[in-house]
Every structure is written in structure tokens, then in C-alpha cells.
Design a protein around this ligand. Structure first.
Ligand SMILES: Nc1nc2c(ncn2[C@@H]2O[C@H](COP(=O)(O)OP(=O)(O)O)[C@@H](O)[C@H]2O)c(=O)[nH]1
Ligand SMILES: [Mg+2]
Length: 446
């Protein structure tokens, strides 16, 4: 996403790299205009944006830095609509959120992502299955919820989504849930009957928020749909799904400026952990091709807490990283989901993200084997890897059902990993990581 824009920002900025007169500025603005329009940004938004950028740049004197600053500030302004940011809780529990959008926009997936996001933050969340339009819809939600241990209210014998909404609300109130997320059927705003149903569900639930899930790949059409949803039933927040796809990027700007409703979250992948808070400054930074440390920090800290992270860093520095830590780290990385998207957020590494293959740690055979080996060790061995002599390795191989050669290979990898960990945790760690990723002779232990 946003690649087109990022490239054109770069080329626009390059236009005033060597010339800092007004003609250069005009050139740069023209480049920017073309690509914004190509990226499906509404022409009126483009016009306003460019005018502000031009004025701001002139005020401070034409130059690359000034131009960049003006673009950033004005983009941020556009992306910041008035209203709640992130997830906001109602004064009185449960916080009821109605999830709406077109069919296939990502409502169901996003509902589960949001439920998990809240669950990770220790909230008691109930999901209600109110999409009775498609046969498979309830089944999809059931599977996703059970895989992620999320409470679901569904009723296979009930045909009326209104009744399900009511019953789910009652359950959420009776059982003191913090949040009730209501998945609904996808519909077009022109479908009066379905919009009527949605309105009635809204009347029954009196939701604290109505989220509209918009497909990032949808372009101006998606902006128009969001607008008519907003006019007909009112929406209080937008979640952009499929932000990882190759949509053209105009939609974030379009929704914020044309619909005037704040963007809350973005979906960045198919997996349930692929959800990020929408923070305008961050998106602008990413849009302009800069790394995004803040997102990385937020994402990793949801998985490994700060105290734990500090503790591990100290251990690594002292070379005391053991098999239990190793196992825990692998589990954490698994929880982080797509590695590539995270690497893209580290300044300096973002350009390399494309070269790194997606690492599917979740389903890797290797991961399962490593677990089997560590499980065959005694606690003492796990804590002191240096104890492992040949006799012990033989016993572990037998226990894990592997050859001794395989076990030896793993130990070699572990040794390398802890050496690397020691290097990265010290001064210049990032530079070391970078040189390793560029080098062909060293590889991350898989
Ligand atoms: N790549 C990607 N795919 C997504 C994302 N969100 C949803 N999807 C996919 O979009 C498709 C439709 O999603 P679904 O939740 O069933 O849409 P619904 O009809 O609105 O409930 C599914 O294949 C999802 O896996 C996302 O953020 N990134
Ligand atoms: Mg659905």
C-alpha cells in the first residue's frame, strides 16, 4: 500500500534537491498532484492539500526540508478528523460496537481482530453473530472465535438478527462483559431493506460506536459507500482493512477528509494479530517512506512486556540466554504475526523488507521439532546450555525422536543465535543486524 505515493513523494522532493526556487517548487507540486490523483485521492482534496503545501513552503523559504515538513503537516491535518481516537470505552459497560460495511470488506475478520486486541488488554469481550445473510458467515465467526478463545453469542435456530442482537446484549449485561462487538451482514447503502434492518439493530442496541470497515483497495467507490452509510445510519469510526494490499492509498485521505469520521484502526494482514491503531503521524511517516518505530514498539510491547524485555536484554548482554528464553522468544515472534511488516517499520531496514521472505513460524515444522527437543531436556539443561555433552545430546535426540545429527545442528544454531543476541543487544546492535541481513554467509537460525 502507498508505494505509488511514497515513490512520487521521493521524486517530488528530488525535484527541489538541487533547485530551491519557485519554479522547482511548481515542478515538485505538479509531480505530487499527478500521483495523488493516480492514487485515487479526490481532486478537491488534492487541490486543497497542494495549495496549503505551497503556501507553507513559501512562508518558510523554498527548500527540501521545508517542502517535506509542509507535506507532512498538511497530510497529518487531513488524516486527523474530529472524534474519538483508537478504542474508547463507554462510561457504562458494556461498550457496544456495531460493525458495519460492505460484503467482503473484512467486517468479520476485523471483529475478531478487535476482540483479540481488547482481550490482550485484559478486557472481557463478547462477539455477537448477527450476519444471517450468508450461510457460511456464522460458521466463519464460530471458527475464528474458537481458535482464538473469544466468547461468541450465536443462535443457529434464530432467523432474526434483531433477536440475536437483543439476546447478545442481555448476555453481555448479565455477565458483566466490558465490550460487545456485533458482526453484521454486509450490505450496499442502496439496499433499503438491509439498511432498514441495520437501523433497527442500531435502535435496539444503542451502540456506543458504529464502526465502518472499509476495504483499502476500494478507492473512491469505498469513500462514496462510507459517505452514504454515514448519511443513512451514522458512523463514528472507520477501520481500514487490507491496508497491506496493493490499494492505491487515496482512501485514507479520502475517508478522513470527505467523510469527516476519524480512522481508528488499520488491518494489515489476514491473520488475527494484524491490526494496528491508526495514528495519523505514523501513517504519514510511513507514507513518506520513513520507518515507524512507534508502531513496532507498540506491537512488540503487547506481546513481550517492557519489564520482560529489559530482563531479556540484560540476560543477552551477559550471555545467559538459555533454552527456556529461546522457546519463549520463538513463541513471541509467532504472536507478532508477519515479520515482514514489522521489519518494514525499522528505519533503514524498510527498504530491505521486500527481500525478506515471509517467515511462517506458526506452522513451521522446524519450530515443532525445536520444541520437541527442548521438551526432552531437563530443567537444569534448559537453564545451562553448557551442560550439554554428547551423552546428554544423545538422550535428547532419542527423546525427541530425532537423529543426533539433527540435534547437533540445532545446538549449533542456538549457539549462533545467542552469540547474535549478545551482539545485537549491545552498542551498535542495529548496525550488526543490518550487516547480517545484507551478508550472505550468515543467516538467522530458522
Ligand atoms: N490481506 C488482508 N486480508 C484481509 C484483511 N481483512 C480481511 N481480509 C480478508 O478479506 C476477506 C473478507 O473478509 P471477511 O471478514 O470475511 O469480510 P466480511 O464479509 O466483511 O465479513 C477474507 O478473505 C479475509 O481474510 C486485511 O487486513 N488484510
Ligand atoms: Mg462477515
Amino acid at each position: 500500500m502507498f508505494d505509488i505515493l511514497t515513490d512520487s513523494f521521493k521524486s517530488a522532493i528530488n525535484k527541489i534537491r538541487f533547485n530551491d526556487d519557485e519554479k522547482a517548487l511548481k515542478n515538485a507540486l505538479e509531480t505530487l498532484k499527478k500521483s495523488l490523483l493516480k492514487a485515487d485521492v479526490h481532486h478537491k482534496v488534492v487541490k486543497d492539500l497542494l495549495l496549503s503545501v505551497e503556501l507553507d513552503t513559501k512562508k518558510t523559504g523554498v527548500g527540501q526540508r521545508q517542502f517535506l515538513k509542509a507535506i507532512k503537516e498538511n497530510l497529518t491535518k487531513i488524516l486527523t478528523a474530529n472524534g474519538n481516537q483508537g478504542f474508547v470505552f463507554a462510561p457504562k459497560s458494556p461498550t457496544v460496537v456495531l460493525m458495519t460495511g460492505l460484503q467482503g470488506s473484512g467486517k468479520t475478520t476485523t471483529t475478531v481482530k478487535l476482540a483479540l486486541y481488547l482481550k490482550t488488554r485484559k478486557k472481557k469481550v463478547l462477539v455477537a453473530a448477527c450476519d444471517l445473510q450468508r450461510l457460511a458467515a456464522v460458521e466463519q465467526l464460530k471458527q475464528l472465535c474458537s481458535q482464538n478463545e473469544i466468547d461468541l453469542y450465536a443462535d443457529d435456530s434464530e432467523k432474526n438478527p434483531l433477536k440475536i442482537a437483543k439476546d447478545a446484549l442481555k448476555k453481555a449485561q448479565d455477565e458483566l462483559y466490558d465490550v460487545l462487538l456485533v458482526d453484521t451482514a454486509g450490505r450496499l447503502a442502496i439496499d433499503e431493506e438491509l439498511m432498514g434492518e441495520l437501523s433497527r439493530i442500531k435502535d435496539v442496541l444503542k451502540p456506543f460506536e458504529q464502526f465502518y470497515v472499509a476495504d483499502s483497495m476500494g478507492g473512491q467507490d469505498a469513500v462514496r459507500s462510507a459517505l452514504s452509510f454515514h448519511e443513512k445510519i451514522g458512523i463514528s469510526g472507520v477501520i481500514l482493512s487490507k491496508y497491506d494490499g496493493d490499494g492505491k492509498g487515496g482512501i485514507a485521505l479520502g475517508i478522513a477528509s470527505q467523510v469527516g469520521v476519524p480512522l481508528r484502526f488499520i488491518g494489515v494482514g489476514e491473520k488475527v494479530h494484524d491490526l494496528e491503531s491508526f495514528i495519523p503521524e505514523r501513517i504519514v511517516n510511513r507514507l513518506m517512506g520513513e520507518g515507524d518505530i512507534a508502531t513496532l514498539v507498540e506491537k512488540t510491547s503487547a506481546v513481550i512486556d517492557d519489564k520482560e524485555a529489559k530482563h531479556l536484554t540484560r540476560k543477552m548482554q551477559k550471555g545467559e540466554f538459555n533454552f527456556n528464553d529461546f522457546l519463549a522468544q520463538m513463541e513471541s515472534v509467532k504472536k507478532l504475526g508477519n515479520m515482514k511488516s514489522l521489519i518494514g517499520m525499522i528505519p533503514g531496514l524498510s527498504s530491505m523488507a521486500g527481500q525478506l521472505k515471509d517467515m511462517d513460524l506458526e506452522n513451521s515444522v522446524e519450530m515443532k521439532r525445536i520444541k520437541a527437543m527442548i521438551n526432552s531436556m531437563t530443567q537444569k539443561e534448559r537453564l545451562s546450555p553448557s551442560l550439554l555433552n554428547n551423552a546428554r545430546k544423545r538422550r535428547i535426540a532419542l527423546g525427541a525422536g530425532m537423529s543426533q545429527m539433527e540435534v547437533n545442528r540445532f545446538f549449533k544454531q542456538f549457539e549462533n543465535a545467542s552469540k547474535l543476541a549478545k551482539r545485537f543487544s549491545g552498542k551498535g546492535g542495529m548496525a550488526n543486524l543490518q550487516s547480517m541481513l545484507q551478508g550472505q554467509n550468515q543467516r538467522f537460525p530458522r
